[in-house]
Design a protein around this ligand. Structure first.
Ligand SMILES: Cc1ncc(COP(=O)(O)O)c(C=O)c1O
Length: 440
């Protein structure tokens, strides 16, 4: 094995979302990470073009975060949040609430994006019930949506492979059409012109079921995992208006778009559309300790407090909700974002990023390029009879030559840490260009 890990026994670890047999026959391991780079066991340097899994927004191995975790582990390793508190949990909730849009300032903690999504869906249901609208139970997701892997998340999610193996999922779920439209929008920089009208599908769903049966709509403001699908101009505004009109809770899943990815704290702020609930995870703790959260509007929260039929207003929570190590890590992370102005930096770097990635227009196989903030999707023509293979080959060659990208289907996705320098953007784009010219 080229990376110095020849002695590792790989049989026991059933790897997530991985072709295990293929991977274990030809593994790619990383051993260390710092700043913009991963390092393999034999010291090869890999530029992290994806912030891990869209999560290490401040870059790797940040000293302040490491020290905060170490200090907290020594001081108090764990404390429950059920009917007991510890100061950091309240402090981090307040800090998160300072970043969320005005009015979305009640924060529930989880340990992952999947848990945040299930929590948000449950809150939407419980809210309507508490208000006496217990018939509002339907949940509306969107095709090509990714909302994690809990039963709630895969039910509202729109990725066939994530759904088809797992039975009937939740009942009472419908889906909006996705907004991806290469024919009309290929090579758009930023938000595409065409597709706002796709939001009107919600009115059709309401026409079918009646608004009195619909609890919530959940969308990623920018769909990340299915290939960087940027919302068409006016689309999110229309969804917001329809939800408002019919008293449907609008949930933005910002697990990827939160914490500076699009150049603002949240995509809600960037797009100027405020949902009722925001889910987050990943960048919240810079991925150093697992942590997720759900920001809930004052309106929903207060209504549930006032209308609760028992002293506990929400029968929901996790052993590790507001885990002290996660709170310490998140506080240090938010300090770094603030002190280094990383969200603003992402916004300033976005035009350079946009020009750089769009310079790949005309490269072999490329049929579309999309971008927003520090995110880009490069869609390749699928190889005839072998979809996904071409992009997979680009991924493997990139890794072997020092660049980490992500692939989903035949789309290459990039979302580097917000500390990336212009020279590193150039380096990544140049290497990708070379590799695209080489692969068949
Ligand atoms: C939009 C969105 N929601 C939810 C999730 C699930 O997060 P996790 O893997 O932390 O459960 C992800 C993960 O990529 C995501 O992109």
């Amino acid at each position: 094995m080229a990376d110095g890990n020849a002695t590792i026994d790989m049989d026991a670890f059933w790897m997530p979302f991985t072709p295990n047999r293929r991977f274990k026959a030809q593994p790619r391991l990383v051993a260390r990470a710092e700043g913009m780079y991963y390092y393999t066991g034999d010291g090869r340097k890999i530029l992290d073009g994806t912030s891990g899994l869209w999560c290490v927004n401040a870059g790797h191995g940040r000293k302040k975060i490491v020290e905060a975790i170490q200090k907290q582990a020594a001081e108090m390793d764990y404390a429950p949040s059920f009917n007991l508190g510890h100061p950091l949990s309240f402090e981090i909730a307040t800090r998160v609430a300072e970043l969320t849009p005005p009015g979305l300032d009640r924060i529930f903690f989880t340990n992952s994006g999947s848990e945040s999504v299930d929590t948000a869906l449950k809150i939407a249901l419980a809210y309507h019930r508490a208000k006496g609208n217990g018939a509002k139970t339907r949940l509306i997701g969107r095709e090509r949506g990714y909302h994690g892997v809990g039963f709630g998340g895969i039910s509202v999610g729109g990725i066939v492979k994530n759904r088809m193996h797992f039975g009937t999922l939740l009942t009472g779920v419908d889906h909006l059409p996705h907004t991806h439209d290469i024919e009309r929008n290929a090579f758009t920089k930023g938000q595409p012109e065409h597709g706002a009208e796709l939001a009107d599908a919600l009115e059709r769903i309401i026409g079918l079921h009646d608004a009195s049966t619909i609890a919530a709509v959940i969308v990623e403001p920018m769909a990340g995992s299915t290939g960087v699908l940027v919302p068409p101009k006016g689309y999110l505004e229309r969804l917001r208006a329809i939800c408002e009109k019919h008293e449907i809770v609008l949930i933005f899943d910002e697990v990827i778009t939160g914490f500076g990815r699009v150049g603002k704290a949240f995509a809600a702020e960037y797009f100027g559309v405020t949902p009722d609930i925001i889910t987050m995870a990943k960048g919240l703790s810079n991925a150093s300790v697992p942590m997720g959260a759900v920001a809930v509007s004052r309106k929903i929260h207060d209504s549930m407090m006032e209308n609760a039929d028992s002293p506990i207003e929400l029968f929901h929570g996790y052993t590790y909700s507001a885990h002290p190590l996660a709170c310490a890590a998140a506080l240090a992370t938010l300090d770094i974002y603030r002190d280094e102005g990383l969200f603003e930096r992402a916004a300033q770097m976005a035009p350079y990023w946009e020009e750089a990635v769009h310079s790949l227009k005309g490269a072999r196989h490329v049929i579309d390029i999309r971008n927003i903030g520090l995110v880009a999707g490069i869609e390749l023509e699928p190889r005839p009879g072998a979809p996904t293979q071409r992009a997979l080959e680009v991924f493997e060659r990139s890794f072997d030559r020092g660049l980490m990208v992500r692939v989903t289907g035949d789309i290459i996705a990039m979302s580097p840490p917000l500390i990336i320098e212009k020279a590193e953007i150039d380096q990544a784009v140049e290497l990708l260009g070379q590799i695209l010219a080489e692969v068949d």
